[in-house]
Design a protein around this ligand. Structure first.
Ligand code: AMP
Length: 214
């Protein structure tokens, strides 16, 4: 099963993507995580991506598309995957469609986790991330067992630079301009499914499972 998660930054699509990956035994592929891990390891790709990410903009398509297409051709993707944070632009979506067509495949579901802008800013200021293992939390909706400490690996949690309020505002502008048109793109492709992302995390997940099937 090949699934794409759509939604504004902070809509909770990353959390849902991880839950989907675990229930359906498919890899969770987050382009944001891949970039962050490259930054942490000081790779050339990471150095190229960092300035765009810190400014709340998108990493250019010519860097992002190749990286993602390489990833979905790896062996663990044979039975599908859930993409979180890709595609974010129409050219990215077109490249994915084309690459899948070349393999005689297509996306099965594009799940749009819908949350109004008003909710996003307050949500994102409560997000905390573990830069060591990639786990994410929210101080109200998904708190770690011990404040400020990652449940998974015990490292310190931080407010990511790109979750700071001024960056969030910019990211929302970028989302509306470049990523929202993908909702229409996948609607036309006949694979769009919409869920109300303002519900409890577990209710959002149940709504998604209903769409994907048990
Ligand atoms: P995320 O963790 O998905 O919120 O991504 C964090 C940041 O990584 C974004 O704000 C972008 O700067 C960059 N990024 C992640 N995925 C993409 C993508 N598909 N295209 C361009 N930039 C991306």
């Amino acid at each position: 099963m090949k699934i794409i998660m759509l939604g504004a930054p902070g809509a909770g699509k990353g959390t849902q993507a991880k839950k989907i990956a675990s229930k359906y035994h498919i890899p969770h592929i987050s382009t944001g995580d891949i970039f962050r891990s490259n930054i942490k390891n000081g790779t050339e790709l990471g150095m190229k991506a960092k300035s765009f990410m810190d400014a709340g903009g998108l990493v250019p398509d010519e860097i992002t598309i190749g990286m993602l297409l390489d990833r979905i051709h790896e062996a663990d993707c044979a039975n599908g995957y859930v993409l979180d944070g890709f595609p974010r632009t129409i050219p990215q979506a077109q490249s994915l469609t084309k690459a899948l067509e070349d393999m005689g495949e297509s996306v099965d579901y594009a799940v749009n986790v819908d949350v109004p802008d008003e909710n996003i800013i307050s949500r994102m200021s409560g997000r905390r991330a573990c830069l060591a293992c990639g786990a994410t939390y929210h101080i109200v909706y998904n708190a770690p067992k011990k404040e400020g400490v990652c449940d998974v690996c015990g490292q310190q949690l931080v407010l990511r630079d790109d979750d700071k309020p001024e960056t969030v505002k910019k990211r929302l502008d970028v989302y509306h301009e470049q990523t929202q048109p993908l909702i229409d793109y996948y609607k036309k492709a006949g694979v769009l499914a919409e869920v109300d992302g303002t519900m409890d995390m577990e209710d959002v997940f149940q709504a998604i499972v209903k769409i994907l099937g048990a």
